[in-house]
Write a protein that binds this ligand. Sequence first.
Ligand SMILES: C[S@@+](CC[C@H](N)C(=O)[O-])C[C@H]1O[C@@H](n2cnc3c(N)ncnc32)[C@H](O)[C@@H]1O
Length: 449
Amino acid sequence: MGESFSGQEIPDSWPGHLWLEGRTIVHLKDGQERPTHMPRGPAAKSGTGFMNPAMAPARTRSILLLQDALKHGWLNGNRPIRALDALCATGIRVRRWKNEIESNLLSRLHITANDLDVNALDWAIHSIHSDVLNDASFLPDDEQDLPNFIERNGIRFQHCDARLAMVQGSFQWIDVDPFGSPISFIDGALQALGRAGVLEVTATDTAALTGSSATSGKRRYGHKGIVDFYAHDDAVRVLLGTIATRAAQLDRAVEPILALFDGHHVRVSVLVRKSKQGADKTRELMGWRLRTEEEPYLFVRHPSPEEMKRSSGPMWIGPIWNQEICSRLTEDYAVETCLAKTGDIERGRALGLEWSDADHLYAEREIRRSVRHIADAAPLLSGDHLLLAFDQIPRLANVGSLPTMERLIEALNAAGHPTARAPDLRPFIATQAPFNAVIEVVQSLQSTE
Ligand SMILES: C[S@@+](CC[C@H](N)C(=O)[O-])C[C@H]1O[C@@H](n2cnc3c(N)ncnc32)[C@H](O)[C@@H]1O
């Protein structure tokens, strides 16, 4: 731990100005503007104390998944989960875990928050004042602080390189959210997970993952990209494939839980288990996306030299979600868990938060958006499916106009082909229908209109 990290330094420009993310009060630095609701795209700023509001939906989903693991016991039964936010910055994610996960589950959740930036950690520690007013743990009492960490409101804050934090501990849940590529943290995270654990990874180097930056895609991920309608899905699968490949080298098997391209970043959550046999099986789910004359694409284990030009990969070609878990991520469940209650807003106002009815309304919309389409698409994205860009369908079906997306989904389902909208900013459908069947249904809808 760095010498200057005492947890008692008043950070420069403290307390900043207040914002509410989920049920948690955020102290924003004075230089950071009040976020607009539903911010999108990469952060205009970064650096110490900057909290990226565009990542709020990813944090909301992280709360829901961790709560789901505690509630339904699919990770460690009824035993505790040790969770590490390895690059926690100003601690918004760990504070949200603590504030928003049901209180009856918290005794089984042990949280460690780590970062290399002392100022960000000081900011995180002071922000805890907003979570537990008058808590005795704020008294400057050196004795309660063990040498390696500072504990506030049950969260252990520590200052070291994330890779060291991983080597030093054993966790069941690790969050890796760096600036840019996560590649240098993946091996350490996989090894720091116990017999079974969840690894959540954010990657903002989307140009490398989609293939729009061919050299960095090749260098970092060994990936050859094609920038077309499938670039976002490719990016998700390339990151999953990278994690699965590294995991297999370490005798670990990977099962995706939830994986999304969300505007300017890719975020994947995977269950990792120690298993040589499982590792061999997950290796078999690596392959390439081949564009063909007859179909928009097929997944193949390896393209022939002639097919290479029309192929992107290597990437994960198996299911990208867990059906049972994702089916529970409904909008109402997200609102119930993460939308601020009257008491949260009143506590914020007592500290100086300005929060109008319109803010509350927008906050609810944003929380709903965080999980929109996930529960409905869960049965599709947890198995083999065909992904189609909705606005490409007229060209593919050779028809002049499109039915609405709802009408097409309804017609495909009625024809016995499970179909749903996939959660991407662009409209995509995921279907179990063979490509020809989609074309037939589109053409029949055209002729009945
Ligand atoms: C994108 S920010 C994390 C944002 C945070 N997870 C959130 O939700 O607000 C990346 C953080 O990684 C930290 N960092 C960069 N390299 C690190 C390393 N090797 N070990 C630990 N922290 C590191 C930076 O100080 C920065 O705070």
